[in-house]
Design a protein around this ligand. Structure first.
Ligand SMILES: [Zn+2]
Ligand SMILES: [Zn+2]
Length: 279
């Protein structure tokens, strides 16, 4: 199988040694293994660059990006013939600094770009919001803003797959315990998928939720089917591992969901173009 969403110690929230990750991927026999360290566009520059430093604990993602991409390029040579190593990035908050986003995605060393939303303008990452201070209506308003930003991101579309759609539920449902009804967002999600198809992009099945309190993939089967129903063809699968032990976890379940949604193949990306693996 493939694992196309993973982090290493070049991400602020991972200590995983990148060489150990590659050795593990080789041992697991992954047909494609993508390193996709965080590149948060809103915080690309060092801390001094920003007037408001209350919304992030981490800055200087430009350096992280260079370190990660540089290391993967070197490791491609070292693991040549042993591992199908993909040089990727998880591009966060592209809509918050389009100049940075355009610069990052134009880097010719990149094979693969995941477009993600982790935080909304003026708010911290969904991981760090204290939902106890929000009413149910206010939480739905947060979700509304989340899906609006997803839509904007999909319209921009200069990435390869949309990362972990419904990420906010990892915290709202999984940790805080509010079972949000997303049916009210069906229309904007459908329109987002249409934009992805128009831009030649796919979605990922992110299996991290399976090993977290949320207990489901990002997104769930319903949305994988919905993506297919509007003409979506490109599906990637990623564990979102931040540790060596989590590498490849759940990717078999992700493949099952792709099959259940009617897909007969998934893909990884090389030089920003999809290559297919039959299910
Ligand atoms: Zn993410
Ligand atoms: Zn990630």
């Amino acid at each position: 199988m493939i694992d196309c969403h993973t982090h290493t110690f070049y991400s602020m929230d991972s200590d995983a040694d990148i060489v150990q990750m590659c050795l593990r991927a080789e041992k697991l026999g992954l047909e494609a293994y993508a390193v996709t360290d965080h590149c948060e566009c809103a915080w690309w520059y060092p801390k001094e660059h920003y007037a408001d430093t209350s919304l992030s604990e981490d800055y200087d993602f430009g350096s992280d990006f260079e370190n990660s991409v540089g290391a993967v390029c070197r490791l491609k040579e070292r693991f040549d013939g042993r591992l199908n190593l993909i040089c990727g990035t998880e591009l966060g908050s592209a809509m918050h600094d389009l100049g940075v986003a355009e610069k990052a995605v134009s880097d010719k060393r990149l094979d693969f770009v995941i477009g993600s939303v982790h935080q909304l303008r003026g708010l911290p990452d969904f991981a760090f919001i204290d939902y106890k201070k929000y009413s149910e209506d206010e939480i739905y308003a947060l979700l509304s803003d989340y899906f609006q930003e997803i839509y904007e991101l999909c319209r921009w579309g200069k990435f390869d797959v949309l990362g972990h759609l419904t990420y906010a539920l990892r915290y709202i449902s999984g940790n805080y315990g509010m079972e949000a009804d997303l049916s009210r967002f069906e229309e904007i999600i459908t329109e987002s998928f249409r934009e992805l198809v128009r831009n030649g992009c796919g979605i990922e099945i992110n299996t991290s939720g399976l090993r977290q309190a949320y207990g489901r993939t990002f997104p769930e089967l319903h949305y994988i089917k919905l993506f297919r129903s509007v003409g979506g063809q490109l599906i990637s699968i990623g564990s979102d591992a931040h540790t060596v032990e989590d590498l490849g976890k759940g990717v078999g379940d992700g493949a099952e969901l792709a099959r259940a949604a009617g897909f007969d193949r998934v893909c990884f990306f090389r030089q920003r173009r999809p290559e297919y693996i039959k299910l």
